[in-house]
Design a protein around this ligand. Structure first.
Ligand code: B3K
Ligand code: ZN
Length: 875
C-alpha cells in the first residue's frame, strides 16, 4: 500500500450535509461491462449546520465515469474531481438532480462486494460499503432514500431480474433483451440495495399477516437445487409468525424473496425484500445436509427476516452502531431457535461459541467494545463481539427488565424510530423509558471491551441461618483502555439444599438476579437452614468468566441436581476442565496419565439416565473443547491439551464401552427422517457414542462406523461416520471412505465442502500436505469463499495440532494464502489471518514463528485496508 490507511472515529461523526430523497437506477448488464445510470434527487440536510458549496460522494476507484450532470447540465472535468474513493463536485445548488453514468465490470469483481457474478448469476452485496462500487453515492447508513431500479439484460440467459420492493413494470426489447422495474416504497440506506439477474428457478408460497395482508414468498436457486428449498420456506413462515407473536412485528411489502448464491463472503444479507443467501445457509435436504446444517438454515433465515424491523425499518446511524441491529437481531434469532428446538441445547451451543471465539477476540489484539470507537475498515468489525457479545448485552437487558418491560421497550423503540437511522443509546433510552430503570452504568457494556471476571467466595453461618456470597469483579486491560469501570452485571443464582432441591429465596423464587454494580459486593441470604451448594450464573446470565472453588464432589452433585439445565451442563464442563487441566500438567511434567474415577462415574450416571434429553446427554459427555481449554490457559500448549483430551477420551471409551454401545443402540431411529429436535437429539447422542466406541480399540466398531456410513439415509449419520473414521487411528480405512464419499457427492458443492473440511481438520500427521494437494483438486476454487473456508479455514482454525506444528509449516502456509487472497478477496483474507494474530498466547518459539509470518504479510506489496488493519494491530 502506498499510503497508510486512515482511522475513522466515532467521535468525529457529523450529520450528512445532503440527503437523497429519491434514487432511480438503471442497470444495463452486458458481458464485458455493465452500465449504471443513476438519477438522484439531492437536497441540503436541514439538520446540518454547515453549508458546504460542493458535494462529496463516495465512489470506488474501479468506477469509470461516463457522464455527470447537475439539473440536466453536463459537467466537464473542471467542475469536479475524482480522488481515491471520492468524487467531489465543486459547486451545487440547495436542491438538484444529479445524473451519472458509470461503467463497471462485475465479471472481474473477485472481492464479492458491490455487483459481481456468482456462477453466472449477477448479484450484489452492499453492506457495509459496497454500494460505492456500483455508483457514486452518499454511501452511509444515515442517508435513506426511496429506490426505483430498472434492470436490463439478455432474456434467454437472465430470465429472472430482481431488485428491492415490488415489481411495477416489465417489457421486452427488440434485441432479445428484457427489463423489469422495481420500486421500494420504504426509504433505505444504500447498504440494503440488492439486484439479482440470472437463470434461476423458484418455489413459491404465501403468508397471511396478522392483519390479513397476503405476502408472496419466493425462494430462488439454480434448477438443480430447487428441491432443497422447502426447509427454508418452512423456517421463513415460522419466523414471520414468531415475530408477530413475540414482538408484534408484521411484514410490510407484498413480496419477500430469497436468492441462493454459491459465491458469498458471509452467511446471508438482509437486503430489503430481497435477501441474498450463501447456498450453505439456505439449501437443505435430508440426503445432503446435516442436522446442524438444517438448524443453521432455520436460524439464518430467521435472522435475516428479523432484520426487516431490527435493521431495515430502524437502521444504524453510522457503522459504529452495527451492534444496534446485529446484537439485537442475534438475540432475536437465538430466542426463536430456542422456541423452535431445545432451549437449553441452544443456550449451551451459543455459550460454547461465545466462550471460545468471542472471549479469545476480547483477549487478542483486535479486542474492541460492542460499539467500537474507531476502525480502519468496517468489514473487520463484523465480529463475534459485535454479534454474539452484542446479543448477550441485549439478553442482559431482557434479564434485568423481565420479559414484559423488555417487550414494552422494544415496542417503544420501533415506534419512536421507525424510518430512522439511530444509535445504541437510542435503543437503551427506549428500554429505560418503558421500564423506568436507569441503565446509565449498564451502557458501559457498549463502550468497554474485555471479558469481566467474577471471583466469588462464600460463607455459611449456621447459628444465624445466613449465607453470604462475596463477589469481586474485574476486567483485564484491552488495547483501547487499561482501566475499566465496574460493569452492571445480572448474576442469576440459585441455592441447592444437600438433598439437591432448590431452596426458596426471596418471595419463594428459586432463582434470583443479583445486580452487581461495584467492584466488590456481598449478598446476604437469610433463613437458609443448611449450608447450600450455590448454582451461580444460571443460564449464563452475563458474558463473564466466573471463578468459584467448587470441589469435584460439588460439581458431580450439581450435574445431578441443578434445576437449571444450563448449569447442569456447566458443572460437567467445570469438572472436565479440572480433570483435564491436571492431565495437561501431568503430560507436561512427563508423569503417567491416569483418568479420575470421578469423571467415569459421573459420565456413567448420565449415560444410564434414560430420562434425560439425549442431546443434553451428548453435550454433557463432550469434554471441554481444545479451543476452550486453550482459552483458559495462560500459555496455550497445543500438544499437551491434545494429548490430555485424547487420553481422557480413550480411557472413557474403554471404561464405558458397554454403556456407549447400549446408548448407541437405543438411539437408532426406525421411523422416517425428520430434522426435528427429538430426532436431532438422538442422532447427536448416537454419533457421540460412536466417537467413543471407535476409541475402544475393537475392530468391530470400525465395522459399525463403516456400516453406518454405507447404510445412512441422511447426511448427519453419513458425515459423522466419515469424519470419525478419518480422524481415528484406523488410518488405513480412511482413503476408501473418502473416495467413496467424493464420488457419491462430487456434484453437490456443499457436500464436497464438508469433504474438504473433514480432511483439513484431521489431527493425524500429514494433514498439511493433504490440504496442499487438495488445493489443486478440481473441487477447490480460491475464488469461492465457501471452498476457502472449508479447506484453508478449517486447517488453520480447527486443526490446532497441525496448524501449530513446531516447524512453523502451518504458519507459513497460512501467510502464503493470506497474501494470495489479499488481492482476490480482502475480506476473506483478513478473516483468515486471525489465528496468527493470537501469537502472544503461545510459547516463545511459536511466538517468533508466527510473528515472522505476520511481518512477511505486512511487507508484501499493496496490502488491502482489511488485512493491513488486522496485521498492523497484531504486531
Ligand atoms: N448484515 C449482514 C452482514 C454483512 C457483512 C458485510 N461485510 C448479514 C447479517 O448479519 O445478517
Ligand atoms: Zn445480521
Amino acid at each position: 500500500m502506498s499510503t497508510t490507511p486512515s482511522v475513522i472515529y466515532l467521535k468525529d461523526y457529523q450529520v450528512p450535509p445532503f440527503l437523497i430523497e429519491s434514487t432511480q437506477l438503471r442497470f444495463e448488464l452486458e458481458d464485458d461491462r455493465t452500465l449504471v445510470k443513476a438519477e438522484l434527487r439531492l437536497t441540503r440536510n436541514p439538520e446540518c449546520q454547515v453549508k458546504p458549496r460542493g458535494l462529496l460522494m463516495h465512489g470506488d476507484e474501479s468506477l469509470r465515469l461516463c457522464r455527470l450532470a447537475v439539473d440536466g447540465q453536463v459537467l466537464t472535468a473542471k467542475d469536479y474531481s475524482i480522488d481515491a474513493g471520492t468524487l467531489t463536485i465543486a459547486e451545487v445548488p440547495d436542491q438538484f438532480i444529479l445524473e451519472s453514468v458509470v461503467e463497471i465490470d462485475p465479471a472481474k469483481n473477485t472481492a464479492l462486494e458491490g455487483l459481481y457474478l456468482s456462477d453466472g448469476v449477477y448479484c450484489t452485496q452492499c453492506e457495509a460499503e459496497g454500494f460505492r462500487r456500483i455508483t457514486y453515492y452518499l454511501d452511509r447508513p444515515d442517508v435513506m432514500s426511496v429506490f426505483t431500479t430498472t434492470v436490463v439484460a439478455d432474456k434467454a440467459r437472465f430470465p429472472v431480474l430482481l431488485s428491492n420492493g415490488n415489481p411495477v413494470a416489465e417489457g421486452d426489447d427488440s434485441d432479445g433483451r428484457h427489463w423489469v422495474t422495481w420500486e421500494d416504497p420504504f426509504p433505505k440506506p444504500a447498504y440494503l440495495f440488492a439486484l439479482v439477474a440470472g437463470d434461476l428457478k423458484h418455489i413459491e408460497d404465501t403468508f397471511t399477516t396478522a392483519s390479513g395482508k397476503q405476502v408472496a414468498l419466493r425462494l430462488f436457486a439454480e434448477e438443480k437445487d430447487l428441491d432443497k428449498l422447502d426447509h427454508a420456506m418452512t423456517s421463513l413462515k415460522a419466523s414471520m409468525r414468531w415475530d408477530e407473536q413475540v414482538y408484534g412485528r408484521e411484514y410490510d411489502l407484498e413480496i419477500y424473496m430469497i436468492v441462493a448464491v454459491d459465491f458469498f463472503n458471509m452467511g446471508a444479507m438482509e437486503n430489503k425484500g430481497l435477501n441474498v443467501f450463501n447456498t450453505s445457509c439456505v439449501l437443505a435436504s435430508q440426503k445432503t445436509t446435516t442436522d446442524a446444517g438444517f438448524q443453521r438454515v432455520e436460524a439464518v433465515v430467521a435472522h435475516e427476516y428479523f432484520h426487516n424491523w431490527s435493521g431495515n425499518r430502524v437502521t444504524c446511524r453510522d457503522w459504529f452502531q452495527l451492534s444496534l441491529k446485529e446484537g439485537f437481531t442475534v438475540f432475536r434469532d437465538a430466542e426463536f431457535s430456542a422456541d423452535m428446538n431445545s432451549r437449553t441445547v441452544k443456550r449451551v451451543e451459543d455459550v460454547q461459541l461465545l466462550r471460545t471465539a468471542q472471549f479469545s477476540e476480547d483477549a487478542g489484539p483486535m479486542a474492541h467494545p460492542v460499539r467500537p470507537a474507531s476502525f480502519i475498515e468496517i468489514s473487520n468489525f463484523y465480529t463475534m463481539t459485535v454479534y454474539e457479545k452484542g446479543a448477550e448485552v441485549v439478553r442482559m437487558i431482557h434479564t434485568l427488565l423481565g420479559p414484559d418491560q423488555f417487550r414494552a421497550g422494544s415496542d417503544l423503540y420501533f415506534e419512536r424510530h421507525d424510518g430512522q437511522a439511530v444509535t445504541t443509546d437510542d435503543f437503551v433510552a427506549a428500554m429505560e423509558a418503558a421500564s423506568g430503570r436507569d441503565l446509565t452504568q449498564f451502557k458501559r457494556w457498549y463502550s468497554q471491551a474485555g471479558t469481566p471476571v467474577l471471583d466469588i467466595t462464600d460463607e455459611y453461618d449456621p447459628s444465624e441461618s445466613v449465607y453470604r456470597l462475596r463477589v469481586k469483579q474485574s476486567c483485564p486491560p484491552t488495547p483501547e483502555a487499561s482501566e475499566k469501570a465496574p460493569f452492571h452485571i445480572p448474576l442469576q443464582v440459585g441455592l441447592l439444599s444437600p438433598e439437591g432441591t432448590d431452596m426458596p429465596l426471596e418471595n419463594g423464587a428459586t432463582t434470583v438476579t443479583l445486580e452487581l454494580t461495584e467492584s466488590e459486593q456481598t449478598f446476604t441470604f437469610t433463613g437458609i437452614p443448611q449450608k447450600p451448594v450455590p448454582s451461580l450464573l444460571r443460564g449464563f446470565s452475563a458474558p463473564v468468566k466466573l471463578n468459584y472453588a467448587y470441589s469435584q464432589a460439588e460439581l458431580v452433585f450439581l450435574m445431578q441436581h441443578d434445576s437449571d439445565g444450563f448449569n447442569r451442563w456447566e458443572a460437567a464442563q467445570k469438572l472436565g476442565v479440572i480433570i483435564l487441566q491436571a492431565l495437561i500438567a501431568d503430560y507436561q511434567a512427563g508423569r503417567e496419565l491416569i483418568l479420575s474415577d470421578a469423571l467415569v462415574g459421573a459420565y456413567r450416571a448420565v449415560l444410564n439416565d434414560t430420562t434425560l434429553d439425549p442431546a443434553m446427554v451428548a453435550k454433557v459427555l463432550t469434554l471441554p473443547s481444545q479451543a476452550y481449554l486453550g482459552e483458559l490457559s495462560t500459555q496455550i500448549d497445543v500438544d499437551a491439551i491434545h494429548a490430555a483430551r485424547e487420553f481422557a477420551m480413550n480411557a472413557l471409551a474403554c471404561a464405558l464401552e458397554a454403556e456407549f454401545s447400549q446408548a448407541y443402540k437405543r438411539c437408532l431411529i426406525d421411523v422416517a427422517y425428520q430434522p426435528s429436535a427429538e430426532q436431532v437429539a438422538q442422532r447427536m447422542l448416537k454419533n457421540l457414542c460412536l466417537s467413543y466406541l471407535l476409541r475402544a480399540g475393537k475392530p468391530e466398531y470400525l465395522a459399525l462406523a463403516q456400516q453406518q456410513f454405507s447404510d445412512a439415509d441422511n447426511m448427519t449419520d453419513e458425515q459423522a461416520a466419515l469424519a470419525l473414521v478419518v480422524h481415528s487411528n484406523y488410518q488405513d480405512a480412511a482413503p476408501a471412505m473418502l473416495s467413496q464419499f467424493y464420488s457419491r457427492w462430487s456434484q453437490e458443492s456443499l457436500v464436497v465442502n464438508s469433504w474438504l473440511a473433514v480432511q483439513a481438520s484431521n489431527p493425524c500427521p500429514g494433514a498439511l500436505s493433504q490440504v496442499e494437494a487438495l488445493m489443486q483438486h478440481e473441487a477447490f476454487n480460491m475464488k469461492n469463499p465457501n471452498k476457502v473456508r472449508s479447506l484453508i479455514g478449517a486447517f488453520c482454525g480447527q486443526n490446532p495440532v497441525n496448524f501449530h506444528a513446531k516447524d512453523g509449516s502451518g504458519y507459513r502456509f497460512l501467510a502464503d494464502q493470506v497474501v494470495a487472497l489479499n488481492e482476490l478477496n480482502p475480506q476473506i483474507a483478513s478473516r483468515l489471518v486471525a489465528p496468527l494474530t493470537k501469537w502472544k498466547r503461545y510459547d516463545e518459539t511459536r511466538q517468533q514463528l508466527m510473528r515472522d509470518q505476520l511481518q512477511r504479510i505486512m511487507d508484501s506489496a499493496e496490502l488491502s485496508r482489511d488485512v493491513y488493519e488486522v496485521v498492523s494491530k497484531s504486531i
